[in-house]
Design a protein around this ligand. Structure first.
Ligand code: Z5A
Length: 222
């Protein structure tokens, strides 16, 4: 069904809200609708970007400065966009990405209180006009996500942050959703998985029929 440029869909939210679980569900839904899909994630998605991811998540590293963290995230993103995202979109694939720049506004902007103008400047430099066509923001109380994620055992460098950090992340995400209501669809993620996926089907049905208001040709200016 896809003839022109593919669509860029991102999944966002705090830890343990179900992004990874639902990425597979959404991929299957789109494929069942004969849409070619590429699934990927950030930080990561290429060999180099996955190495950067390992550096970012490594709990045994030396203390990482906020600036180093922000620049590493955008370095990985630059590589990911050039090597994977843009070629896939140009080839007509729909790209389903587990986290993207809304995560930077939420974690570095909200969680770490870094300057939003600096993030916006890097976004412009690294992404040019590229913005998601649709963002599914999975929202749940922090404690719900932490409890779900905590069952996995070992923690990465971000997961060792305190609850207050994740509260700030959640508020920053909700602020992004307020700023971009057309692009960002809020999914209430503290419900049973079946109910969450029923909502996803409703949103995605509109998307594949293209009556949901995908915003102009993949270009959304902040
Ligand atoms: N980071 C950043 O700081 N800045 C950036 O710009 C970017 C990223 C892009 C790695 O991300 C870290 O990078 C991230 C922010 C930072 N750190 N944190 N925290 P990640 O995406 O790899 O890490 P994550 O958010 O921690 O992923 P996650 O914990 O795997 O969360 P998830 O993918 O949203 O959840 P899940 O794995 O699908 O589900 C967790 C469990 O809950 C699992 O057992 C499921 O079966 C269960 N689950 C899912 N949905 C439900 C429902 N509805 N009910 C009950 N149980 C459920």
């Amino acid at each position: 069904m896809t003839t022109g440029r593919g669509k860029f869909i991102t999944l966002e939210g705090g830890e343990g809200v179900g992004k990874t679980t639902n990425q597979a569900f959404i991929r299957d839904f789109l494929q069942n609708n004969h849409i070619p899909v590429l699934i990927t994630r950030e930080p990561g998605g290429t060999r180099l970007a996955e190495k950067i991811r390992d550096l970012l998540l490594d709990i045994d590293s030396e203390p990482v400065s906020e600036q180093a963290e922000l620049l590493l995230i955008f370095a990985a993103r630059a590589q990911h966009i050039q090597q994977v995202i843009e070629p896939a979109l140009a080839a007509g694939q729909w790209v389903l990405c587990d986290r993207f720049t809304d995560a930077t506004y939420a974690y570095q902007g909200g969680g770490r209180s870094m300057a939003i103008d600096d993030i916006a400047w890097l976004e412009e430099k690294v992404q040019g006009h590229l913005r998601p066509d649709l963002t599914l923001l999975f929202d749940a109380p922090v404690i719900t996500g932490m409890t779900r994620a905590g069952k996995r055992g070992t923690l990465d460098r971000f997961e060792t942050e305190k609850q207050q950090f994740f509260e700030q992340v959640r508020q920053a995400y909700l602020q992004q959703a307020k700023c971009y209501p057309q692009r960002i669809k809020l999914i209430q993620a503290d419900r049973p998985l079946q109910e969450v996926q029923q909502t996803l089907v409703e949103v995605l049905n509109k998307v594949v029929r293209n009556d949901s208001g995908f915003i102009d040709a993949g270009i959304v200016r902040r």
